[in-house]
Structures are given as structure tokens and as C-alpha cells.
Design a protein around this ligand. Structure first.
Ligand code: GDP
Ligand code: IMO
Ligand code: MG
Length: 426
């Protein structure tokens, strides 16, 4: 069984694999769901009947009543947006009260981090195409040991001084020509700090909570954001996010040891997408790109930007299986390929130095690799009502078998639509 007592859910491509949907489905059978990294750059979509929810910082388990939802120390917490999200859920009738905990050790992402992020992108000759949510600057402050943590909100004058210095540092980095009016920025910082007392009311030691839950025999999901190819160490640097998105970051990001984790489920789309800049080796030609984008509704859940699309990349999937130590794979959006007559899979990259089946560290060389494809006949039939593998057309099953074989980890779930109910458990 791929889902154990403490399971990491991790994206295996460039994010937006459908982690939100998978976490929502698995959350029914667990007690605690915790985010371990990232911030409001994430956009995790969950559909329940006619309703759509997009979660940015609050774990996707929040839509199951009674489950405890935690934001770990590895998260950079945008205070203003966090409360906006919390209130919006409450307004929609979700019982958020008392269910959300934030790590005392999580770093605050303040409005000047966002201003800095946007200014850096505006000025950069080679843009990363960030979400503009302040992620890079907030992690920079954390690693630079000048950040402000949730626990610091108890600290009065010392905390205020660190915030003032952070604001000043950001201003210097932004330089002239910023679109961000000075007074507005200060007012937003003030607003964030005014919410400090409320945030402290939710503060907790997430490592301790998770450990106690596990000792009591409860089940825990650790919800990753972004994906393996966006990992700061293992992704397509510098076109990555600023955290460890991979499973190794999960223990660190909530405050438990690696031995407490017993399973890792990797989420992959049945094809590939990418939003933001950087190489996408198996990317489609423009016409097919638009076609799949339309079929799959491939527009960013956070920024609305169109996602670039391509064929399933088994080089990346196998790399992700290794880097994350996958015990299971959840394939999503199989239904998007229902009408496609021929489906390709990238099995290797052709480079100037010959073919390789390993994902290269050299991002610049990745821009010029030629994918080596394998062609599979499509199934051209509706999969959206399938409840088990045997309900799927023969060619769809063959495609999944090949994806599993090339990835090197067992498929444990297949998603065939946006709704909670459209899931095959293998
Ligand atoms: P996440 O960031 O990994 O949670 O993924 P996103 O929510 O950003 O993007 C995934 C999109 O695909 C969302 O709009 C989901 O509603 C949708 N989705 C998830 N699973 C499926 C599926 O099996 N089929 C279809 N058609 N859509 C899906
Ligand atoms: P979820 O959790 C897809 C991308 C951005 C950009 C790069 C760096 O919904 O899968 P950042 O704002 O993090 O500094 O941007 O990472 N990116 C994502 N792409 N899904 C996400 O999250 C992403 N979060 C960041 O587009 O290329
Ligand atoms: Mg997303």
C-alpha cells in the first residue's frame, strides 16, 4: 500500500499536477494535513460538485470537516493573504475555526518581499517568470538570517526593528522606479503586523503536533507545493522556486525526522505543463499547445497565465521517482487525452554528446535537447466515468502501464476528471 501513516504528496513535474485534487481525495482517510514549503505562489484546485476552491496557503484538506490543517515552518507565510483565504473559506461555509495551525517557526512574507520580487523581475534581463508573490525575497531573508518568524510577533520592539530593517533593505534593493508607492507599502506592512495577535492565536509547534498525532496512531499527509523540476536544488535552476519542493523537504518543513515518513506519492499529469520561464523539452508545437491548453484548462490557478504544454516526459518522471523516493504515483488528467489519436512519450533526450535517459543538471543544455519519442495509439473514448482500471479502454491501460514502467514506481491512483468522485484507486 503506497499510502502509509505519514505520506508525502509531491509534484513530479513543474507544478500544477493536480496535487490539490489528490490531497483532497486522500484527506478523507487522514487526521492531519500539513503544507511543508512554498507560500501563496501555490494554487491548488479542488472541485466538489459545482463548487471550485483554489487553495494558496491553507492545506487542501481543509474541505473535509474536522481535519487539522497545518502550515509548517518551511512555509513563507503571507499574513494578509492568509487571512483573506481563511475568511473567504469561512464565508463559503467551511468550518475553519480552530482547525488551522501555523508553525511558530514559519517565516513571515511581508508586503516588501512582494514589491522586491516584482521589481527584480521587472529589472531582470533574464526573467524567471515568478508568480510575484514575494517567494524569492522571503526565502532570501530566511537564509540570510534577517527574516521575521511567527514567534517573533511576541517580541514587540525587537520584531519592529527587524521589520523596519527589512523594509529598508527591500527599498534599497528595489531602487528607484518602483511602481509601489512608499506609503502604501508601509500601510500594508502595518496591516500585516496588526494581524500578528490573531496569527499568534493559531501558532503551534507543527513538528510536535505531527509527532503526537503519529504516536497516537493518527494519519498525516504532508502536502507539497510546486514540483520536482521547480525544486531549488533538483530543478531547472535558476528557473525554479526558492524552496525544496521534493520529499526531502517535507520532514524539514514541518519539523519531523525522515524516519517518520513511510510513503511518498508523486503526482504526475498524463502530459506535461509549465508556467513561467525555463526549458520544457517535450513542449508541443503551437497548434497542439493551444489544443491541449483548451482541453485541459491549462491556465495558472494563481496568476491566470497560460501554461505551456507538452507530452509526458518519462526522463523527468523517472528522475522525480528517484529524487523523491516515490512509493506510489498518482496520474491525473488522463481524460484530457481522451480525444487525441496518437500520444507520444519522451523516453530520452538527444544531446550533442549522444542520447541520455538522465535528467541533466545543466539547464542551458536542456534548452537544446531534442526529445526522443515513443508513439502510442490513443483510445478515443470517454474515460471520465471509469471507476476502476478495467473500466478504461485497452489503449489507455497500455499507456498507463508504459508510464508506470518508465517511471519505475507503481501507479496507485488515476484521476479522470476534476471532481472528487472521478478517481480510480489501483
Ligand atoms: P496543483 O497546483 O498541483 O494542485 O494543480 P492545479 O490546481 O494548479 O491544476 C490542476 C488543474 O487540473 C485544476 O484545474 C484541477 O481542477 C484540474 N484537474 C485535476 N485533476 C484532473 C483530472 O483528472 N482531469 C481534469 N480534466 N482536470 C483535473
Ligand atoms: P503549485 O503548488 C506552477 C513557478 C513560477 C516560476 C517559478 C518561480 O500550484 O503547483 P516563484 O513565484 O515561486 O518565485 O516562481 O515557479 N511556480 C509554479 N508553477 N505551479 C506552482 O505551484 C508554482 N509556484 C511557482 O511560475 O516559473
Ligand atoms: Mg497549481
Amino acid at each position: 500500500m503506497a499510502n502509509g501513516q505519514c505520506t508525502v504528496i509531491v509534484g513530479c513535474q513543474w507544478g500544477d499536477e493536480g496535487k490539490g485534487k489528490i490531497v483532497d481525495v486522500l484527506a478523507e482517510d487522514v487526521d492531519v494535513i500539513a503544507r511543508y514549503q512554498g507560500g501563496a505562489n501555490a494554487g491548488h484546485t479542488v472541485h466538489i460538485g459545482e463548487e471550485q476552491f483554489i487553495l494558496h496557503q491553507i492545506p487542501s484538506g481543509i474541505l473535509h470537516s474536522g481535519k487539522r490543517c497545518l502550515l509548517g515552518n518551511g512555509v513563507v507565510l503571507d499574513v494578509l493573504q492568509f487571512f483573506e483565504e481563511y475568511e473567504a473559506l469561512a464565508k463559503r461555509g467551511i468550518d475553519v475555526e480552530g482547525r488551522v495551525g501555523v508553525s511558530e517557526r514559519a517565516h513571515l512574507l511581508l508586503p516588501y518581499h512582494k514589491a522586491h520580487d516584482r521589481a527584480s523581475e521587472d529589472k531582470a534581463a533574464e526573467k524567471i517568470g515568478t508568480t510575484g508573490r514575494g517567494i524569492g525575497p522571503a526565502y532570501e531573508a530566511k537564509a540570510g538570517r534577517v527574516g521575521v518568524r511567527v514567534a517573533d510577533l511576541r517580541g514587540g520592539e525587537r520584531m519592529e526593528k527587524r521589520v523596519r530593517e527589512g523594509l529598508e533593505r527591500a527599498r534599497q534593493r528595489i531602487g528607484g522606479g518602483s511602481a509601489e508607492p512608499k506609503d502604501e507599502l508601509e500601510a500594508d506592512v502595518r496591516k500585516s503586523l496588526e494581524l500578528g495577535g490573531r496569527l499568534l492565536g493559531m501558532a503551534t509547534d507543527t513538528g510536535l503536533e505531527v509527532t503526537r498525532a503519529l504516536r497516537a496512531g493518527k494519519r498525516v499527509l504532508l502536502e507539497g507545493a510546486q514540483g520536482t523540476a521547480l525544486d531549488l536544488d533538483h530543478g531547472t535552476y535558476p528557473f525554479v522556486t526558492s524552496s525544496n519542493t521534493t520529499a526531502g523537504g517535507a520532514g524539514t518543513g514541518v519539523g519531523i525526522g525522515p524516519t517518520a515518513i513511510d510513503s511518498v506519492v508523486g503526482v504526475v499529469k498524463a502530459y506535461t505543463t509549465r508556467v513561467g520561464n525555463g526549458p520544457l523539452p517535450s513542449g508541443f508545437e503551437p497548434e497542439m499547445d493551444q489544443h491541449i491548453r483548451d482541453l485541459g484548462g491549462e491556465y495558472g490557478a494563481t496568476t491566470g497565465r497560460p501554461r505551456r504544454c507538452g507530452w509526458f516526459d518519462a526522463v523527468l518522471a523517472r528522475y522525480a521517482a528517484r529524487v523523491n523516493g516515490l512509493t506510489g504515483v498518482a496520474v491525473t488528467k488522463l481524460d484530457v487525452l481522451d480525444t487525441i489519436p496518437e500520444i507520444l512519450i519522451t523516453v530520452a533526450y538527444s544531446t550533442a554528446h549522444g542520447d541520455t535517459e538522465e535528467f541533466p543538471a545543466d539547464t542551458w543544455s536542456l534548452e537544446s535537447v531534442k526529445p526522443r519519442y515513443e508513439t502510442h495509439p490513443g483510445w478515443q473514448a470517454d474515460t471520465t466515468r471509469a471507476k476502476s482500471l478495467k473500466d478504461l479502454p485497452k489503449n489507455a491501460r497500455a499507456y498507463l502501464d508504459r508510464v508506470e514502467e518508465l517511471t519505475g514506481a507503481p501507479i496507485t491512483m488515476v484521476s479522470v476528471g476534476t471532481d472528487r468522485s472521478q478517481i480510480i484507486r489501483v
